[in-house]
Structure formats: C-alpha cells, structure tokens
Design a binder for this molecule. Structure first.
Ligand SMILES: [Zn+2]
Length: 440
C-alpha cells in the first residue's frame, strides 16, 4: 500500500504535460497516492522521505479506455469472422457458460498483463461485475467499470436489460470510489442490442447519478446500415435524439462516422475510445482520429477485448494509431509523435475524466519505469530523440516497475499483488471448460 513520502530519481522523466517536458535526469516526488513535485533532479527540494534512484525512464501509466479484459478466457477465439458472426457464434455462446469466478480469474490475468505492459488504468465493460471489481482491487490496478447492459441475444426477453440496469446501479452504490481506484459507470452495449426505451432508461439513470456512459458506437459499416434501416438515422444522431449524449459519454470505436456524426460527437463533448488493433484485426475500418482531434474531441486508446486484439498492450496501439492516421492521409504530419503518446496517456485520462495520465503535481501517482539500457533507446541524443524512441521503437517488454496511486504494483517485471502462475493455470482450466460447454 502507498506509504509516506517517496522520491524517484530517473535518467529521464517524460511528463506528457502540455509542453511535453522531459527532465534528464529527473526527480518525481510522491506523497501517499499523489504526485507532489516533478522536475530536473538538480532542482529538487530537500526530500521529505525515502529516495530511490531507479534510473531508466519514467512516464505516466498508460490508460486503456476500452476493454473487456475477462475475455482473456476467449483469447484469439473466432479469428477471421466478421463482428456480428464472431459475437453470435463464438463470444456469446461461451459467455453464457461463464460464472463469476471465471470473470474474476480472467480479469486478474488481464490485470497482470496490463500492469506488466505499463497500463495502469483500464475502462471495462463486462458481465459479473462484482467479480471483475474484486479482481481489480486485488491486482492494485485502477479501473472504470461500466457494467454491460443489453438484451439477451435472441431470447426476446424485453425485461433483461432492465435487470442489468438495476444491477449496474447497485454495483455503483457498492463499488464506486473503492480503494480510491474504482469508478463505476454504465455500459449500454450498443444501439443494436438495446431497444430505444433501454437507451433512454440508461440516459436517465446516468443523468440522475452523474455517471459515465460507455457504449460501442459505429464500429462497423454493417452496424451503421442496420441502424439507418431500423431508425432512419445514424447511430450518433439516434443517441442524440434519445438524450443519451447529454451527460458524460465515452464512445468506443467510432469508426463509421460522416461529417455530421463527427459534429454531433464534438457538440456533446463525447469522448472516443480508439481501438486501432481491434478494428484492424476484425476488418472494421479505421476511425477518423485526426478529424476528431481537430474538432477538440477527447480521444483515448483502447485495446478492446483480448479476443479481438489479443495482447493487452498499448505500445503497439499507439503506433498503429499514428501509422493508420499518416498512411490514410498520405501525410506524415497527420498525427504527431506527441499526439500518439498523448492518446495513450493524458488524452485517455481526459476521456475517462480521471486525474492520471500526466506526471505533474496533484495527479495520482500512476507511474511506469522503462529500461533505457536497450537498443530501442540507442542512440539517445536529446529529449526529442528520446520521445521518438519511446513512441516508435519501445515495446512493453522494457517495462520493469509500475506504481498505481503510489503503490508499487510491478517490481522487476513481476506483479507484486498477483500470483501469475496460479492465475494462468486457473484461466487455462476454466477456458477449456467454457469452450467445451459451448461445443467449440
Ligand atoms: Zn468492445
């Protein structure tokens, strides 16, 4: 648990503040769960407590703005299927056989993987949310949990979403704010598995409780066509008309948006979780991220679930976002290196409304250390060169140590709160049972 005052000294501190300040060498002071001072090591005030010279590079913990991490139990399942068939034929049949303990172990495996890859916050939408939250608490990670709300696929059970909404509100009452690391929201799955009255009910609950709403939006072209056929309008305009965009909303994917849809998101300050690895693997398309950023939309990066972007890491996600943006625009200025780093850190934090994602006083001490003594960081000629290596060459295998709210959750590449070998064997055993029960 976070203790008293701690100073970390490092060869480089990449703050990701508004000016993209890099201190070489740098110092970062933590008191309790909060950063109290950051700057050049030579300018640091007298230390208030322990001093650790950790060397290497310190950066803000990465923020995963969209995930279904317990789907580690389904990792790589259904490869090659389009989204609708992948959900109908592979995902939902297996999820029907999951019990809360499965979700607990699946989430814990995901948390171990994310923490060791430098992700300190995740925004989750899934089932069995008490178990998911318990795994987050046990792992030391930070999370926004938006319990999934949907109708039972094919069952025609109109009241099912109502039951899930009640459960989500109860989850909020019991878990929001726990350990200073959990935030509860609402996760209406999408416009295609919730009827209009369900979307309206979610909007009303979110408004009365002041909760973040996370929803899958405009993920595939087929989804957009189906919404237009059923409602005669686009998914963003449907949600706008139903009042769902009035509060704090995070739209996952947001790939198939026309210019009017982009304006709807910007007008309502809707944040976007850009999931380039998942969108590419499922052949869904590429979100118009430079246009969204140009309109002032808060955009973060998401891994999505580990059955659609199979490794839970964001170094590759950050690079894919920048590469897609530049390739599609045939313009190397379409997304800057700084913007790519911001997507994974400060913009993701802004998308979730959390005080993380930047190494500056007053923010939560969610900090990642990377080894610099590696070919990917050689040569290191100046600060700009270092940022270039961090975005374009570094990988998550260089992450050695991680703190969440001042608590060291990864030390020497190993999660301090998680028995990783037990977690792997639990998931192995449970995933086999679930696949067999689904007849896969
Ligand atoms: Zn998703």
């Amino acid at each position: 648990m976070p203790g008293g005052a701690l100073r970390l000294l490092a060869d480089a501190v990449v703050t990701v503040d508004a000016e993209h300040t890099v201190h070489r060498p740098g110092a970062l002071d933590i008191e309790g769960s909060v950063i109290t001072w950051v700057g050049p090591a030579a300018d640091a005030p007298a230390p208030a407590g322990a001093v650790r010279d950790v060397g290497g590079l310190l950066m803000p913990g990465m923020v995963n703005t969209h995930a279904h991490s317990p789907m580690t139990l389904l990792r790589s399942a259904g490869d090659g299927l389009p989204l609708a068939r992948w959900l109908d034929e592979v995902v939902w049949p297996r999820e029907a056989h999951m019990v809360p303990d499965d979700a607990y172990w699946g989430m814990l495996l995901g948390a171990d993987e994310m923490l060791r890859n430098g992700i300190t916050t995740t925004c989750e939408m899934y089932l069995h949310n008490d178990a998911v939250a318990d795994a987050i608490i046990d792992s030391g990670m930070r999370a926004v949990i938006t319990p999934g709300i949907f109708d039972l696929p094919g069952a025609g059970s109109a009241a099912f979403w109502h039951h899930l909404l009640d459960q989500a509100v109860s989850f909020y009452e019991r878990y929001d704010g726990r350990e200073g690391r959990l935030t509860a929201g609402l996760g209406p799955h999408s416009t295609y598995v919730l009827p209009e009255e369900g979307l309206v009910a979610v909007a009303e609950a979110a408004a009365s409780l002041g909760l973040l709403v996370q929803i899958h939006l405009a993920e595939t072209r087929a989804e957009g066509e189906a919404v237009r056929e059923r409602y005669g309008t686009s998914a963003p305009k449907l949600l706008e008309g139903l009042g769902l965009l009035e509060g704090s909303v995070l739209a996952a994917h947001s790939v198939w948006l026309d210019n009017d849809d982009l304006a709807v998101l910007a007008d309502h300050d809707v944040a976007v979780a850009h999931c380039p690895a998942s969108n590419a693997k499922l052949g869904s398309g590429v979100a118009r991220v430079p246009e969204l950023l140009g309109l002032g939309v808060r955009v973060g990066l998401g891994t999505d679930g580990p059955a659609s972007a199979d490794g839970l890491e964001l170094f590759e996600g950050m690079r894919l976002a920048a590469r897609f943006a530049r390739a599609l625009a045939a313009d190397p200025a379409a997304m800057t290196t700084h913007q790519a780093l911001e997507l994974a850190t400060r913009s993701g934090a802004a998308a979730l409304g959390l005080d993380v994602g930047v190494l500056e006083p007053g923010r939560q001490a969610d900090v990642v250390r990377l080894e610099l003594d590696d070919g990917s960081f050689t040569p290191a000629l100046n600060a700009s060169n270092l940022l270039g290596h961090l975005v374009w060459a570094a990988t998550s295998r260089l992450v050695t140590d991680v703190w969440v709210g001042g608590d060291q959750v990864v030390a020497g590449g190993i999660s301090t709160h998680i028995d990783a070998s037990r977690v792997r064997s639990e998931v192995q055993r449970r995933a086999r049972r679930i696949a067999e029960a689904a007849g896969h």
